[in-house]
Design a protein around this ligand. Structure first.
Ligand code: ZN
Length: 339
């Protein structure tokens, strides 16, 4: 029996040396120590040992068992450490590796133009303000000299929410909201989205953008209007561009005008770009109507002002040679990345 014990111990040690991982170790442990294990089996043979030898044999069996258990524990610890190390190596992050690049977006062409126009006016001392897109009928029409049932309302295909509430058809209601605050003098621009119930095609969209300007102060004249807008066009299109003012009619300005620039392609001779006109319309403007000032409780004998407005899409289409308005809203990155 003594020899058998020694044999088991020897074999176990040999096998332990070759154990490569936790699974193999566990298998070996079961082979030795479980109920059906080799060590357990030999203890059962104790009954066959002569009574006087039993204590000696029992002690030896215990020693062997304890020694083996000790070695198992050591190997287990070693295997654990190795596994930990392997895990650390596998999960190691090399901070010097180049990262995965995220694709960079671009500023939308309409926003680019809006920012450019705002920058020009900011440099002239204007402030940028905004107003609600869901607007009251009063601000969008009535306060701007377009009362109920006035035919001028027919030019605006308006989205009404209720009889009193609508989606603004122009940025001009911002003028009224600013004047009502009566923090004079006023020098503001108001860029923003406007809505009209137009069918979608290459040049029409139910959503488009305007930028509106308003100056109110003592002694403001048509000369100030012309000087300001000519400077704006010079900043936008360069020193040499020719401009002209044509008389026009708007309900909320008097006198009113439209401003053209000479066609940059034919320089006034007439071509397909300007549809043979030689000129391209850029914006509408005029002196703020007395009645509009009065409605905002501003004395028109003391104060006067001018206002102007232009469409962002048209400027952007010309700037980037885009021939279809719909492209702006399709959100196709292949298109947007070109600008
Ligand atoms: Zn032309």
């Amino acid at each position: 029996m003594q020899e058998k014990l020694r044999e088991i111990q020897k074999n176990a040690k040999k096998q332990l040396e070759n154990v490569k991982n936790q699974e193999e170790l566990e298998k070996l442990r079961i082979e030795l120590f479980s109920k059906k294990g080799a060590l357990t089996a030999i203890m059962r043979e104790m009954g066959a040992v002569a009574p006087e030898d039993r204590p000696k044999m029992g002690a030896l069996a215990n020693t062997v068992r304890e020694e083996l258990e000790g070695e198992f524990a050591q190997i287990k610890q070693k295997l654990n450490a190795t596994a930990q190390e392997a895990k650390i190596i596998a999960e190691k992050i090399d901070v010097t590796m180049p990262g995965a690049r995220r694709p960079l977006g671009k500023i939308h062409p309409l926003k680019q133009v809006e920012r450019e126009l705002c920058d020009i006016f900011l440099a002239m001392g204007f402030t940028v303000v905004s107003g609600p897109e869901v607007e009251r009928d009063y601000y969008n029409f009535t306060a701007l000299n377009i009362p109920e049932n006035h035919p001028a309302r027919d030019d605006h295909d308006t989205f009404y929410i209720t009889d009193e509430i609508l989606l603004r058809t122009q940025t001009s209601p911002v003028q009224i909201r600013v004047m009502e605050q009566k923090k004079l003098p006023i020098r503001i621009i108001a860029p923003g989205r406007v809505y009209r119930s137009d069918a979608v095609d290459a040049t029409h969209s139910p959503i488009f953008h305007q930028i509106e300007g308003l100056v109110v102060d003592r002694g403001i004249t048509m000369g100030n209007l012309k000087g300001c807008l000519e400077e704006f066009i010079r900043q936008l299109y360069g020193e040499d561009v020719k401009t002209r003012f044509r008389p026009h009619h708007f309900q909320f300005t008097e006198p009113s005008a439209e401003m053209d620039i000479a066609c940059p392609k034919c320089e006034g001779k007439g071509c397909s770009v300007c549809k043979g006109e030689g000129w391209i319309e850029i914006l509408g403007a005029g002196m703020v109507h007395r009645d509009v000032l009065l409605r905002c409780d501003i004395n028109p004998d003391e104060y006067s002002g001018f206002a102007f407005g232009l469409g962002l899409e048209r400027i952007a289409m010309r700037r980037f040679r885009i021939n279809d308005l719909r492209l702006f809203h399709e959100n196709d990155v292949r298109f947007l990345h070109q600008f």
